[in-house]
Design a protein around this ligand. Structure first.
Ligand code: HEM
Length: 206
């Protein structure tokens, strides 16, 4: 879970970085340059296959972990005070992850399907900048994306630190640094993502 999680975290940084080029306000020229590179480069295609494999592995691992935890204690505690022993978001990784999965299916259907999949099948490349402008002119889509970013924030709040722990990379000396870095990452990255549909809806991107 830790390894696939860190891989997905790296993907989020690249994805947010390329999308952030929309704020150059150059009619999507810079964004399209990088989007075109990502969509046509041979090495990136391999990484893309790895991304989907990593995503699938992360989900399967998460389900196995959930089952393992459930089987380890078939009879529930007569009294449990989870709030005193763990955070809400650490106990809700499954729910938050499932919400993100629903978002991802919608998200891939909106963009990846009509663009990348279509490109693989027909060789024709679409303008993803214009696709985003069209998609984010609908307030309900914007709200859905903002909710997904909120779920991502909660999921990362626990996930980032948890990945280091799972990989045995936590250490009394660095725990505080990992905790602060994880919290900052969990706030900043989903916030940047949420600003994208919002700024497009309000026509601040052109
Ligand atoms: C909220 C702002 C976001 C915007 C505007 C956005 C936009 C896009 C666009 C335009 C594509 C299509 C790329 C292509 O066809 O070449 C894409 C692909 C993708 N996005 Fe997002 N995205 C956002 C958030 C997210 C988030 C939060 C996640 C994950 C939790 C995510 C995961 C993905 C994945 C897995 C792909 C497919 C990658 C690939 O092409 O191989 N996106 N996104």
């Amino acid at each position: 879970m830790g390894l696939t999680g860190l891989f997905l975290i790296c993907f989020l940084v690249v994805h947010a970085g390329i999308n952030a080029c929309m704020w150059f306000n150059d009619g999507g020229k810079t964004f399209t340059f990088y989007a075109h590179f990502m969509g046509t480069n041979f090495i990136v295609h391999f990484i893309e296959a790895g991304l989907f494999a990593g995503l699938l592995l992360h989900i399967v691992d998460g389900l196995l972990l959930w089952k393992q935890n459930r089987d380890a204690r078939p009879v529930k505690y007569a009294y449990s005070n989870p709030g005193a022993n763990s955070t809400w978001y650490s106990r809700s990784m499954g729910i938050l992850g499932s919400l993100l999965l629903i978002f991802l299916i919608i998200h891939l259907k909106d963009f990846w399907g009509p663009n990348r999949l279509n490109q693989i099948m027909t060789g024709e490349e679409r303008n993803t900048f214009e696709m985003m402008q069209e998609e984010f002119s609908n307030i309900f889509v914007v709200i859905l994306y903002c909710c997904a970013c909120f779920a991502l924030f909660w999921h990362l709040l626990h996930g980032f630190q948890s990945a280091f722990q799972s990989l045995g990379l936590n250490n009394v000396k660095y725990n505080k640094v990992i905790e602060v870095a994880g919290t900052v990452f969990a706030i900043v990255v989903p916030f940047i993502f949420a600003l994208m549909p919002i700024s497009m809806y309000f026509k601040l991107v052109h």
